[in-house]
Design a binder for this molecule. Sequence first.
Ligand code: FAD
Length: 473
Amino acid sequence: APTLVWLRRDLRLHDHAALELACRDGAPVLLAFVFDTDILDALPRQDRRVELILEALLDLEAQLRERHPGLGLIVRSGRAREQIPELLQRCGAQRLVFAHDDDPFALARDQAVRAALPATVRVDSVRDVTVFERRELLTGQGRPYTVFTPYKKAWLRTVDAARVSERRPQLEHLAPSALAQGLPSLSELGFEATDLHPRFRGGATQAQALWAEFREQRLAAYADTRDFPARKGPSYLSPALRFGLVSVRELAREALGRPADEGAATWLSELIWRDFYHQVLHHHPGVVNGPLKPEYAAIAWEEGAEADTWFEAWCAGQTGFPLVDAAMRQLAQTGYMHNRLRMVTASFLCKTLGIDWRRGEAWFAQKLLDFELASNSGGWQWAASCGCDAQPWFRIFNPVTQSEKFDPKGLFIRRYVPELAPLSDAALHAPWEAAPLELGGVVLGRDYPAPLILHAEGRARTLARYGAVRGLS
Ligand code: FAD
């Protein structure tokens, strides 16, 4: 009887834990993907991620057909919890294999699928999304780590060649199936085309090209370039990691193999942050709804009509703070935002404007191509000082200083806020403070917003707001 591999966030054929496991015993292997309407129904009809997934599946289908014209993906649209049991039955499979996904929604879905299967079907699931997962790295006392640095040390001490070795599937066991009848189009799925950036199109094949370019040309310089949004510093691999177009093992293998390379070591740290936040979510699934540190649940955020207007201005990139606005427009226009700017915009929302970070988290979740519950929740709770190893509550990013430091010539700002292009470099970071001559004819309040609030005022309110709940735990 065949084995069914259920692809979810591992949309590639190489270095693939579930596929490797399925192919090991020599049974014929079929590949299935479900466009899960439990997820899709809630999305707007234009969603870049749906297009990204479809392109990744098209790429897989092409790779399969190249191996053998009879091969193909079995693609369904519907509720995964119904589709997967039905598919197993229709193809007579006696074994289901998939990779772990520890997002609480996915865990519940997988549980429902397992419960719907007859006892005769064997289900195997494997680690694939992270290098370490769940309870694999614990402190000497058997507790989960809550601080990053000791976690990272344990990660580096424990990782070995086997853990990051390639899971190379024996693809000759892939078998044709009458159920593999080609892919639906975007419109058949009920979605419309988007402006998804070419960098994120083309599935695993393109992701390999992006990874090769980063690895060969930019990784070594990462430590120096990563903080400057106008520079091509980071890898842009986060959407590929989100949907498994690359394997985290291949990335970690490369970085671990370059111990003398400062760029590779710094970048590896970021991959370890990713593992760290996944294990935080595993141990504290409550972070989905609220702060990890309970005392911060009592913070009195700004609410009401003014806060709503400010929130909308933040979403739209119309706060009057050029770096914040450029970043928010980058997110809206591309679905990606540079890491430094995620920190700046998150801090600006909750610590300058005093708006509940959960509203920002939800906005990022809608817009980010790489949206990942673990990292998004971790990043927001870091900025709002209420998560694991978060920044101290009294540390408040100054958006103007950040702008001067990380976009000194305003190259990034001018790219996304073109109406400010005529300003001098010096005036660009805080136009409201500039002498009229430096504004190059731009009128604040007409051509570009005046600041919603002065940072010093927001900062003072935040110190009071946080001060009021400190020490309650
Ligand atoms: P690179 O700098 O090339 O890093 C390589 C990879 O390491 C990334 O692709 C990512 O998988 C991982 N990584 C890097 N930084 C972090 C980090 N701080 N935490 C966890 N993993 C990291 N990342 C997401 O993947 N999804 C999210 O939803 C997400 N939301 C965030 C929200 C906030 C408020 C903040 C501050 C950060 C968030 N991050 C998120 C982390 C980080 O900003 C992105 O992973 C990174 O910007 C992706 O770009 P890149 O692939 O070019 O990164």
